[in-house]
Design a protein around this ligand. Structure first.
Ligand code: FUB
Length: 345
């Protein structure tokens, strides 16, 4: 939701009419990646703090330093925040900005995937390992080779293959990688190197992971998101084009790629027949929440499907102090998803 609308919001009324309340109130949490591991729900969120950084369109005010995992015995039970899972000081290659993470389980080990800026101020994606879903996690000494940008989401397909989806515009730096190497010119500009409005939008990436989940098994490939006529969405189609917050879930044999449209604040989805796409735009899952960012995951728990998301209502609209929430979503018979309005006003 645009910043300028915040001052007109009655937060008491908004909280009363919200379709769900924060799962955790004693710390700020965001970007929830939810998984159902061994009969329990685990949420891997960002841990929002106010580090005093100035607001800018590069997201410098998102100055997070560490991660804590949330667990729930069932969808209605209390959300437990566990101890320190990983701190930036314990990641040799990472300097700052521990943004939206994800996690996966394989052969009894748990892998936390996270983006952070390295000492050249370039976002990379790292992996850290634990014997427990709640950590603590031990980081690999270096970032994943050929990784770049932000918002990793790792999907396990039915055949046991794991794929990482990633990418994010503006502060997420995806536009700086258009030629295959990092373009460091105009470091203060979030929009330099974006395509023109009438050109195809920048695309997110996918890469199959190696068997040990520590590296990419292939060069990351772009993911095509098409309109109803089979054409790539355009950069000026701000209500539908990819911005950040990639997620992949599978429903009735179809692959659903969902994402945030960033500056228009929608969570949208597109549907395909392969984990690599192409995906055809399907509609919205979540209308704008309070706060600039919107970021989500979709997780099945005991036969029902849930959207884990965040908003800034607990902090009364402070965009980098967010709270994780959950609401049930419905897939229609034709495979479309019913859009949620986060508030009933
Ligand atoms: O939390 C920092 C960034 O904000 C995430 O990486 C984006 O997806 C947005 O939610």
């Amino acid at each position: 939701m645009p910043e300028e609308s915040i001052e007109h919001i009655d937060f008491e009324k908004l909280t009363e009419t919200a379709i769900s309340q924060p799962l955790v109130k004693h710390i700020y949490t965001a970007d929830p990646s939810a998984h159902y591991f061994n009969g329990k729900i685990y949420i891997y969120p960002s841990h929002d703090i106010d580090a005093g950084e100035a607001f800018d369109d590069l997201g410098s005010h998102f100055a997070m330093e560490d991660y804590h995992v949330i667990s729930m015995d069932s969808i209605d039970s209390e959300a437990i925040v566990h101890g320190l899972a990983l701190h930036v000081n314990d990641v040799a290659w990472a300097k700052q900005q521990m943004w939206a993470p994800d996690a996966q389980e394989k052969d009894g080990k748990y892998y936390l995937f996270f983006p952070a800026k390295d000492y050249d101020d370039v976002f990379k994606i790292g992996v850290a390992i634990s014997d427990s879903p709640t950590g603590p996690f031990k980081a690999q000494p270096e970032a994943i080779k050929e990784s770049f940008s932000i918002d990793p989401a790792v999907f396990k397909d039915d055949d046991g293959s794991y794929y990482m989806y990633f990418g994010g515009l503006w502060g997420g730096q995806l536009q700086r990688w258009r030629n295959g190497t990092f373009n460091a010119e105009h470091p203060e500009s979030p929009t330099a190197f974006l395509p023109k409005d009438n050109e195809p939008a920048l695309l997110p990436y996918v890469a199959k992971m190696t068997d040990d989940l520590l590296e990419f098994d292939e060069k990351p490939k772009e993911i095509e998101i098409l309109d109803e006529n089979g054409n790539l969405l355009l950069a000026g189609d701000n209500d539908r084009r990819f911005f950040e917050a990639a997620w992949l879930h599978k429903y009735n044999g179809k692959y659903y790629f969902s994402y945030s449209t960033g500056d228009t604040h929608f969570i949208c989805y597109a549907v395909g027949d392969s984990p690599y796409g192409p995906f055809t735009y399907g509609g919205r899952i979540l209308n704008p929440v309070v706060g600039w960012t919107s970021h989500h995951s979709v997780c099945e728990v005991e036969g029902k499907w849930y959207l884990f998301y965040h908003d800034s209502s607990l902090s009364k609209g402070i965009t980098h102090l967010r709270s994780v929430k959950v609401a049930e979503i419905t897939h229609n018979k034709d495979g479309s998803i019913q859009a949620l309005n986060p508030y009933k006003i």
